[in-house]
Design a protein around this ligand. Structure first.
Ligand code: TIU
Length: 220
């Protein structure tokens, strides 16, 4: 067993049954001109976690952990995009509209791709998801069960939306979840801080948090 001096207390995991889950590190959220920017957000803070996330992915690969990437995106005919999701808010561009990186949040378009610095390696699983949580309407459960995974290290964007939803879903399914504090980011710093706090409150009610350096050390 490996051990990390995580918050709110030690996180123990068997690397042989642990996977790294990298959530939605896509151009549509991280670069100007995509979905995140269309919602009125400054995407610069999200770009800031690319180096730490790359280090975390590297450490996981060297330790032999499966690295699973997710992408929030929809079919070109929008048949998997509920009208309630598409019509929400007052974005400058809606899901499916043409933008500078192709159609917003549509599978196969440049904006839906993972940023090149964090591109999936050959053989790594990529899960396309229509929701905020990575388990809804995907085969993530089957992918984890096939590999005998019991513990999940999570990273990605945004902390309080897709990362937290996925972490809560995973926690309900019995996975021991650890969120990498400096490999996740929000458009709203106060939401990130609140999410980290609520995850580890009440005796790790959703899971644990630790830094990439701590995780690297444990996987070394
Ligand atoms: N808007 C926002 O903060 N996030 C999303 O819409 N999706 C993800 O978090 N991936």
């Amino acid at each position: 067993m490996a051990r990390i001096d995580a918050a709110p207390f030690a996180y123990e995991f068997d690397p042989a049954s642990t996977a790294l889950l990298v959530i939605d590190m896509q151009r549509d959220f991280i670069e100007p001109g995509g979905f995140g920017a269309a919602l009125g957000n400054d995407t610069a803070p999200l770009r800031g976690i690319i180096p730490a996330t790359a280090r975390l992915i590297g450490a996981a690969r060297r330790a032999g952990l499966p690295v699973i990437h997710t992408r929030e995106c929809h079919r070109p005919d929008l048949s998997d995009c509920p009208p309630a999701k598409r019509s929400r808010g007052a974005p400058t561009l809606r899901i499916g509209d043409p933008g500078p990186m192709g159609r917003i949040l549509i599978a196969g378009e440049p904006g839906a791709e993972i940023v090149p610095e964090l591109a999936p390696a050959a053989g790594e699983t990529v899960i396309d998801k229509p929701g905020k949580g990575a388990f809804y309407a995907t085969d993530l459960s089957e992918a984890l069960e096939a590999r005998g995974i019991r513990s999940l290290i999570l990273a990605g964007v945004t902390t309080e939306v897709c990362v937290q939803t996925t972490m809560r879903e995973a926690n309900d399914r019995g996975y021991e979840c650890l969120l990498a504090e400096d490999a996740t980011e929000s458009y709203f710093p106060e939401f990130k801080a609140a999410t980290l706090a609520m995850i580890r409150a009440q005796g790790a009610i959703v899971g644990w948090t630790a830094t990439v350096a701590q995780i690297e050390e444990a996987l070394h």
